[in-house]
Design a protein around this ligand. Structure first.
Ligand SMILES: [Zn+2]
Length: 168
């Protein structure tokens, strides 16, 4: 099986708002922008923050909304370490129907997070975004497929992968 997908750089993933189904850039033209924003913040915090900071620029009086700040998280940066560390995968229930898969520790294996997030999106047909210095959150429970992918495509030895299970 030809592995053509590996080296292609994909265009940025297309995200559709879970509330109004438009692309988030267009949500502000929808009737329920506040609810769209809540959805986006919940599901794609990175995108939410970048959209909010874009909006800061053209705040002229009335429209300016409260800006959500997250304490102490800092700028998203990748840093390389010599020692590969255990990659942890856990699931988290976001609400009754929705589970996300949270993966940490990729950076120490020399994996670029933005590229990996993009790849996960493509591979699992779901949203995926970099949410921390060494953290990616994938929408849905994709643990098994994720472990396969790490082993097969990223050549991560299974001893470096730990499934932490479901966390509340
Ligand atoms: Zn929307």
């Amino acid at each position: 099986m030809a592995d053509v997908e590996a080296e292609i750089s994909y265009p940025l993933e297309v995200v559709y708002c879970g509330y109004c189904t438009m692309q988030p850039e267009l949500c502000e033209y929808g009737p329920e922008y506040e609810k769209c924003k809540d959805w986006l913040q919940e599901n794609f915090p990175d995108m939410f923050e970048s959209m909010m900071s874009l909006n800061d620029g053209d705040a002229e009086g009335g429209e300016k909304k409260k800006k959500q700040k997250r304490g102490g998280k800092g700028v998203l940066k990748t840093k390389k370490k010599a020692e590969p560390q255990t990659i942890t995968i856990r699931r988290q229930q976001r609400n009754k129907k929705k589970t996300v898969t949270i993966i940490k520790g990729l950076v120490t294996h020399g994996i670029e997070l933005p590229a990996a997030a993009k790849r996960f999106s493509q591979k699992f047909s779901c949203g995926s975004s970099v949410t921390g210095e060494d953290e990616i959150i994938i929408q849905g429970d994709v643990t098994d497929d994720l472990i396969d992918l790490l082993e097969e495509k990223y050549k991560i030895n299974e001893e470096f992968i730990e499934d932490l299970g479901m966390k509340k």
